[in-house]
Write a protein that binds this ligand. Structure first.
Ligand SMILES: Cc1ncc(COP(=O)(O)O)c(C=O)c1O
Length: 377
C-alpha cells in the first residue's frame, strides 16, 4: 500500500499524459510557451482570480509574492507554528522576521486569538513593523479566512494564503488560492494537484502585483524584454513539460479526484469514530477540504513510534506531519522567531498521525488501515 498512490493515477491517465509529454518533446519548446499560458488561464478560471502566474515551486511562489509587495527587513510576518518549513523560511529568506502563531486543535489551522495576541506583542515591543499574515490551508482545509481577513483589515496587514496543500478546498463557494491579497500553491507530486517534479503558482486579482510577480520569477525582467532586467528577481519558471502533464491531471482532479478523495476521508471518519480516544480532523460547516492529508490525533500517552512500526509491519505506511513546531526548528535558533508561545502546536506535534489518503484508495484498504490502527492502539 502506498501513502499517496501516484502509480494508480498514472495507470488511469497514462494515455493522455504520455501524449502531452510527446507533444512537448516534439515541439522542442521546453520553457514557457502555449502549454504554460493555457494552464495558467485554466487555473485562474477555476480558482476565480484574475491572474495565475506559474513558477518553479510552492516555496518560490511565497517568496515571489512577498517580494512583489516589498516585504523585507524590519517587517514582522505572522505564520502558523504548525506547518511546513517554507511558510516561515520564505519571509526569513528575504530579511523579514516570521512570528509564529498557534493553531486550533480541531482544524489545525491558524488560531485567530493567538494571531491577535502576536500582533499586539509586536506592536508593543515596537522593534518590527507588523506587515503580513501568511495563512496556511493545512492538510487541504482552508484557514478561517473571514476572521483572519478582518484581523488583517483592522491591523493594516497584507494577507498571503499559502495554499500549497489547499488547492481544490473551498469555503462556501470560494475556492482556496483566492483568499489572500495574493495566494500561492505547490504542484509537488504528492500535493492535491501534483505534477511530475517541482511546480508552483501565485494567484492574485491585482494587475500590478501580477506583473511584478511575472517579472520577479524571470530575473526581474522588463515586461517586454527578457534581457532588460529592471529589478532583482530569480529564475523560477514552471517547465513546459510539467504544465503539459498538469493538463490531464487537472481534468481528472476536477472531474472526479476531488470527490473521490472526499469520499475516502468520509469513510475514514465514519470508521474511526468507533475507536476510542482518537481525535478526528474537523471540517467546519461550509468548508470543503482537498485532503492533502488525513491527520488524526492519537490518544494521550499512545506510543506513536511503536504504532507506526506496527502499522508498517502490516504493510501500512503512515507519516507524521509535523514533528517539530516551526519555532523550534534549528534554522530559527537564536532569532526572535524562536520565542513563541504555541502550546497547541507543541501538543499536536507529539500526537498527530497521518494515514494514507488519495483519490484511488479502495474502501477495503481504508477498512484495513482502520482495523490495523485499532489493533496497534
Ligand atoms: C504548507 C506548504 N507551504 C509551502 C510548501 C512548499 O512547496 P514546494 O515543495 O513546492 O516548494 C509546501 C510543500 O510541502 C507546503 O506543504
Amino acid at each position: 500500500m502506498e501513502f499517496r498512490d501516484l502509480n494508480r493515477q498514472y495507470k488511469k491517465l497514462h494515455i493522455s499524459i504520455d501524449e502531452k509529454i510527446a507533444e512537448v518533446i516534439s515541439s522542442a519548446h521546453f520553457i514557457s510557451g502555449e502549454a504554460v499560458t493555457a494552464l495558467e488561464q485554466m487555473l485562474a478560471e477555476y480558482v476565480g482570480t484574475r491572474h495565475c502566474i506559474s513558477c518553479g515551486n510552492g516555496t518560490d511562489a511565497i517568496t515571489i509574492a512577498l517580494m512583489a509587495y516589498g516585504v523585507g527587513k524590519g517587517d514582522a510576518v505572522f505564520v502558523p507554528d504548525f506547518t511546513f518549513f517554507s511558510s516561515g523560511e520564505c519571509p526569513a529568506g528575504i530579511g523579514a522576521v516570521p512570528v509564529f502563531v498557534d493553531v486550533r486543535r480541531d482544524t489545525y489551522n491558524m488560531d485567530v486569538l493567538s494571531l491577535e495576541k502576536a500582533i499586539e506583542r509586536v506592536e508593543t515591543e515596537g522593534r518590527l513593523k507588523p506587515r503580513a499574515v501568511i495563512a496556511v490551508d493545512l492538510f487541504g482545509l482552508p484557514a478561517d479566512y473571514d476572521a483572519i481577513r478582518s484581523v488583517c483589515d483592522r491591523s493594516g496587514l497584507l494577507l498571503i494564503e499559502d495554499g500549497a496543500q489547499g488547492f481544490g478546498g473551498r469555503m462556501g463557494e470560494r475556492k482556496c488560492c483566492s483568499f489572500g491579497d495574493s495566494s500561492t500553491t505547490s504542484f509537488f507530486p504528492a500535493k492535491p494537484l501534483g505534477c511530475y517534479g517541482d511546480g508552483g503558482a501565485i494567484f492574485t486579482d491585482d494587475d500590478a502585483i501580477a506583473a511584478l510577480c511575472r517579472s520577479i520569477a524571470v530575473h526581474g525582467k522588463n515586461a517586454d524584454d527578457k534581457y532588460d532586467n529592471v529589478r532583482l528577481g530569480m529564475n523560477s519558471r514552471l517547465d513546459t513539460m510539467q504544465a503539459a502533464i498538469l493538463m490531464p491531471k487537472f481534468k481528472a482532479f476536477k472531474e472526479y479526484e476531488l470527490k473521490a478523495v472526499n469520499r475516502a476521508a468520509d469513510r475514514y471518519t465514519d470508521l474511526l469514530r468507533k475507536i476510542e480516544g482518537v481525535v478526528l480532523p474537523v471540517t467546519p460547516d461550509g468548508f470543503y477540504s482537498s485532503w492533502a492529508q488525513y491527520t488524526v490525533q492519537l490518544p494521550v500517552g499512545a506510543d506513536r513510534d511503536a504504532i507506526q512500526r506496527r502499522m508498517k509491519a502490516a504493510g501500512i505506511p503512515t507519516m507524521v506531519y509535523y514533528r517539530k513546531p516551526m519555532h523550534r526548528q534549528g534554522a530559527f535558533e537564536g532569532t526572535g522567531s524562536a520565542d513563541a508561545d504555541c502550546p497547541v502546536t507543541e501538543e499536536l506535534c507529539n500526537r498527530v498521525l497521518c494515514l494514507p489518503i488519495h483519490p484511488y484508495l479502495e474502501v477495503e484498504e481504508i477498512e484495513n488501515v482502520v482495523r490495523e490502527l485499532g489493533k496497534a492502539l
